[in-house]
Design a protein. Sequence first.
Length: 134
Amino acid sequence: MAFALAFATGSRATFGTEPAALDNFMGTWRGSSTCTDLVAAPACRDEVVVYDVRPSGKVGVATLKADKIVDKERVPMGDLEFAYDKGEGCWRSEFETPRAHGVWCLVVKRKQMTGTLRLLPAGSTVRKVQLRHE
């Protein structure tokens, strides 16, 4: 599954967060997105990515605009809505497309963001991201 597919459609963000945590998630993040399971996602390719996280207009929800870098240019992959899930301890976004159903879980610690993309319902982790706040 290509990373672009994960950001091609809307998402279901249904959890809440405190404003301070939302502020820490906002901004521009740059880093790597690495494939972890080519059996579950054979079309996956490692990528350099840039995420722009902005308020969505909904309380406690952010919109993440994902781009990948191709030939030194930003190529849009799409937008997803994220909300903080206290149970998982991450910024979470679940999405469905005709080809895949998955969930992103992103953790922010200071200027670092790490996270995973899991396919549902199996729960296979097919991608890991590691980014730094610009």
